[in-house]
Design a protein around this ligand. Structure first.
Ligand code: MN
Length: 208
């Protein structure tokens, strides 16, 4: 694994619930690679409830793993840079992120904390094919919370790869969290999250 890139507000309904509308240019933040918590198929992963927050949010996302790096990649050529896909959770200390936004300060404290990026196994593109549509959902303790479709990404995976590669040099082992659909909300200790993406199975993570 190299870097973890994340796309902000990449589904219209989620942008709306965060108080924004319209197609803004894509924007990015990063999480340190050691925030990733790998969770095997069929296993219940676990993350510790982080400090300093009273509003830890789940964000289910399609994660793209880069196989071939590059810079200034054309969107039309981006698919060949994809090695595979995983289900990921962009866990967020929403109260801290909100405070930083209000003050015009960096989001790091809201996004880039220990265990903030649980992900399931990476499925090779060779077996899944290109993922451009399909349901993406999250339930907490069996109750549906988030629901969207990969086809509703504002900036497609190809466009996202192109945009990131204009700003940074993509490397094999980079992961891209592509954004979350509407329905984000809080979890507390003892909750169990089931994140699912059509074609990638289910990622189960408990908060302890
Ligand atoms: Mn996110």
């Amino acid at each position: 694994m190299h870097r973890v890139y994340c796309v902000g507000r990449n589904y219209a309904e989620h942008a709306k619930e965060m108080g924004h509308s319209g197609r803004e240019p894509p924007f990015f933040f990063l999480k340190p690679a050691d925030t990733v918590v790998p969770v095997a198929d069929g296993e219940t992963g676990a993350i510790d409830y982080p400090p300093l927050t009273a509003d830890l949010h789940h964000e289910v996302e399609l994660v793209v793993a880069i196989g071939e790096g590059g810079r200034d990649i054309d969107a039309a050529d981006a698919a060949r840079h994809v090695w595979g896909y995983a289900i990921g959770l962009d866990m967020t200390r929403r109260d801290l992120q909100g405070e930083m936004k209000k003050q015009g300060r960096p989001w790091c404290i809201g996004k880039a904390f220990e265990q903030s990026a649980p992900i399931g196994p990476i499925h090779p593109k060779a077996s899944t094919g290109l993922l451009t549509r399909g349901a993406i959902t999250l339930a907490v303790n069996g109750q549906p919370r988030q629901r969207g479709d990969l086809g509703d990404l504002i900036w497609s995976v190809d466009e996202t790869i192109a945009a990131i590669s204009r700003a940074w040099v993509l490397q094999p082992g980079d992961l891209i969290f592509t954004g979350t659909p509407a329905g984000v909300g809080a979890v507390v200790r003892g909750d169990v999250m089931d994140a699912a993406i059509e074609g990638l199975g289910t990622l189960r993570v408990a908060v302890r």
